[in-house]
Design a protein around this ligand. Sequence first.
Ligand code: CS2
Length: 500
Amino acid sequence: MTSLTGSPNRLIDFDRRARTRPVNPSAPRLARSAAARPGAGIVHLGLGAFFRAHGAFYIAEAIAKSGGDWGVVGLSLMNPAMRDRLAPQDFAYTAVDLGPEGEIPRVVEVVRDVLVARENPEAALAAMADPAIRIVSLTVTEKGYCHEPATGRLNPDHPDIVHDLANPAAPRSAPGYLVRALARRREAGLRPFTVLTCDNLPQNGRVVRSVVLDLAAAVDPALADWIAAEGRFPATMVDRIVPATSAADIARVTELTGFADAAPVVHEPFRQWVIEDDFVDGARPDLAAAGARMVKDVAAFEHMKLRMLNGAHSALSYLGYLGGHETIAETVADPVYARFVKRLWRDEIIPALTPPPGEDLHAYADALFSRFANPAIRHRTWQIAMDGSQKLPQRILGTIAENRVAGRPCPGLHLAVAAWMRYVGGVDEKDDPIDVRDPLAERLRALSDAAPDGPAKVAALLGLRQIFTPEQAAAMRDDVSAAYATLTRLGARAAIEGAA
Ligand code: CS2
């Protein structure tokens, strides 16, 4: 048994022999070990698979190496499902590493509790205002910040923001909870918590700071001044590929470990966390001891990751889905798509990037290709295709804009934007419906349906100011229309073959 014992908060490796155990239909439920628990120091909003396989993993390791009361209280804004799954196993869960050496299950025990804000807003706010809590971290996805993707500012017309402005004491949105909890801390004479965003947004620290300040200023300008002066919103670059947990994953975990776990996570071996080292009073776990890179400036890392990993992910998800591929691994196993994505990195994405210190972008692209090709990771194209309206600006449109300034053509990226347009039209290449998940889904579908032909559909979608600036829309119109026409005429796979 290789386990990190001797620490109150452990990542326990299962006995490797457990892997040969037959599936036991009456397997005992996973339970927390008897070890002492660290006190809570972090509230985390949005306890999905990604945070549980990434941030929680680093925090558990940081505590194991350097100690500290940095246990995590999870907070779901709406959905009780995660709490209901984790509570019977005392919030322990299995994280399975799907690497070339096989599957390695570990138990992560850093989560102490999960609260559901909609059921009990008071308990959620009390937890965030507890003096022991020094960090509120977030993985609420791009749309959870209620901002305008094109500008990074709070969207005052967002229904949850309209609600929170009218009812600041009983919020609904993530920014609403942050502002209300910070107000309570100020009233109680406490220091603010650090807001640690772990979502794939450009300048994510700046975005969350600006939505919090915009909302606070609308409620109480003095509160906004205090947050601006005392609050800290470090930017981060987060990376680990963590597909949604499937029923097959849940069954496999019992087979591997002999324990029933209602909420395991499966993830690739790779992980990276680059964090701007700017915390309120320097209070944070020793994340560097767990392998996180603490830096002054995250921007170059963030650009590299958002544009190379997430940009290629989004391009492959729309083009792969339309071409009939279910997962990213399947998509890049198709040689036409493999050539396409490698060319996309080499000719269109890398030339528009400045490498971060110590990174070679071509080696990074090679490593990404291997990560995408990992057949054990069943990351569905449909999952990545979700919320494209919130993802395109930072993943693809910025690169297109910089290429334009430099006079570099980018046919692959234009094809990706056109594929997104075909996708949100809601009908695939076999005339079957697509289940489009996006906060703007209805609007996108209506615009596409109302336009009589391809060029008109492209023009209508480019008119969405939440996504495209007027200059971008004007500059891209001809290229995207041409790409859209090719996609419609040939289908995604043949269109890619032409562009590769
Ligand atoms: C993916 C990301 O779902 C998506 O949009 O591109 O979740 C991606 O897997 C992670 O950012 C990898 O770090």
